[in-house]
Design a binder for this molecule. Structure first.
Ligand SMILES: [Zn+2]
Length: 161
C-alpha cells in the first residue's frame, strides 16, 4: 500500500526532527551553557537539494563545532540502525555529501578528521539519548525548542540519568 501524502509529510517531519535533535543534543552535550535552540519550518522549496522534502530545520548554537555539524547526519543513521558503528557512518557520509545540508557540510571537518568527529557525535548521542528522544518529540509536536527549554530539559535529563 502506498503511503498517503499526509503519512509522507509526517515521516518527513519525524526525519527532520531527528536530524535537528542530533545537532541540538550534541551542542548541549559539549557545552550546556551554549544556548542552543532548534526549529522546524515547512519547506518552501526554494532550495533545489530539498525539493522532495516537506520540512526543513535549523539549529542555532553559540557553540558550533565540527562535531555539532556532523551530529545531524550521525543522528539520521543512528536512528535507522541503533547498533551502527562510527566508521560505518563515516563511510556512508562519503556517498551522501550532496544529499546533506550544504551549511552542515561547510562545517564538516576535513575527511581525515571526520571519523573522530563522527565517533564523538555518536558517543554523545548515545550518552544523551533521553534528551535526544525528548527533543525529537518536542520538535514533531511543537516545531520549536527555545534556548531555555532546551537547557532546562538537558539538565533534567542529566539528573534522571
Ligand atoms: Zn543539519
Amino acid at each position: 500500500m502506498q503511503p498517503t501524502k499526509q503519512q509522507m509529510q509526517l515521516l518527513d517531519k519525524v526525519s527532520t526532527a531527528i536530524h535537528e535533535a542530533g545537532h541540538l543534543t550534541v551542542a548541549l552535550a559539549l557545552n550546556i551553557e551554549c544556548e542552543a535552540s532548534a526549529r522546524l519550518v515547512p519547506n518552501d522549496h526554494t532550495k533545489n537539494w530539498m525539493e522532495e522534502r516537506y520540512w526543513t530545520g535549523t539549529t542555532r548554537a553559540l557553540f558550533m563545532t565540527s562535531v555539532v555539524a556532523v551530529a545531524g547526519a550521525v543522528a539520521d543513521y543512528w536512528r535507522d540502525d541503533p547498533g551502527v558503528e562510527a566508521w560505518q557512518i563515516d563511510d556512508y557520509l562519503d556517498e551522501a555529501l550532496d544529499e546533506l545540508s550544504p551549511s552542515d557540510v561547510a562545517q564538516f571537518p576535513s575527511p581525515g578528521k571526520r571519523p573522530r568527529a563522527v565517533a564523538r557525535a555518536l558517543a554523545l548521542l548515545r550518552n544523551h539519548k533521553r534528551f535526544f528522544e525528548w527533543a525529537v518529540v518536542e520538535l514533531v509536536v511543537c516545531e520549536e525548542i527555545n534556548e531555555d527549554d532546551a537547557a532546562e530539559q538537558f539538565l533534567i535529563s542529566l539528573e534522571v540519568g
